[in-house]
Design a binder for this molecule. Sequence first.
Ligand code: NAD
Ligand code: MG
Length: 363
Amino acid sequence: METIRVNLGSRSYNIDVQAGGLANIGDWAAAFPVEKKVLVVADENTASLFGEQAAASLQQVGFTVTLAVLPPGEVAKSLAQADVLYARAIVAGLDRNCPILALGGGVVGDLAGFVAATYLRGVPFLQVPTTLLSQVDSSVGGKVAVNHPLGKNLIGAFYQPLGVLIDPQTLLTLPEREFASGMAEVIKYGLIADAEFCRVLAAQAEVIGRRDLQQMAQIVAHCCQMKAAVVERDEQDLGERMLLNFGHTAGHAIEAAGNFERFTHGEGVALGMIVAARLSELQGLVPAGTLQTVRDLVAAYGLPTMATGLNPADLIGFMGSDKKREGSRLRWILLAGLGQAKIQSGINSNQVEEALQAILTVE
Ligand code: NAD
Ligand code: MG
């Protein structure tokens, strides 16, 4: 088992990465100073895959378990579903020392965390992320949220969990596309912070693509370590934490231009990293060839490298509706080298349009 400590003063916690760890979820949860009555939140998929095993393990160490099952997908991250969970917590008689445990991907984690942050002004929160994206990204750093009809993640809080348990074995049932989408965020960490990790990801794509458990445990732990280091220095997202948005400026626009149907978040990020790499070249921050390195890395994990058919003006519009005027200046997270990122202001939208050609026009 590998343990990553997230140092945030009195809100510090451990991330335990352990293949097969889910079987011992009861012992893990019982080690926290909580009452033995837990609300386990899952979605239909994670409930049927892991719900029974988790509940049995928790019951074995004396927990009374209430299992709340959400519909799968982003729609569940709503105030309406939060309300359903509040009702389950109240009816089950959860008091301030009873934990809420998220057993699922980022949707379950964000929603359950939001409910944990607000129910009775905050109850203990335990995270057991089961998608690659949630293991390397959303379960680290304490951002919890629900969506509003007018926008994603608009209602939320910073609320750190008491602990995170990651079992890479859960990745074995993940659909291929979800796995690849998580890999986009893994690649992101390499590109912004660790050139050597980029080389490992390039060299080991085949083994990692097979989800070799030992490899995955190492990769997940390494990514958690990198995100934890950033979060420790900038918990509230006021500075350095913004670097984690590398690939996300164009990525979000690509997701939106595809009506959030054509591309998953990770696919948008993969394409967005290609655009950002090209822009970094155009800005003279990285040597020519960096674009190709990023493209190859993304392609090695079955992620898209082209988004033909999208309109550059539309994409720039989605990047900031009031910023598309000629001569307007945008702020981007760019590469300053392989494994190094920086915030660059004063980017001209004409240059963004040129960089977008990297994913729009076949050479
Ligand atoms: P998700 O939770 O919807 O999971 C994706 C799909 O995989 C779902 O259908 C789910 O039921 C299924 N699934 C989960 N685990 C599985 C397993 N082990 N085997 C088979 N199927 C499984 O999506 P996600 O990609 O995990 O998370 C996306 C969410 O995370 C978004 O809402 C995003 O806003 C949020 N997010 C939050 C942060 C943060 O810092 N809080 C960071 C990044 C993303
Ligand atoms: Mg992301």
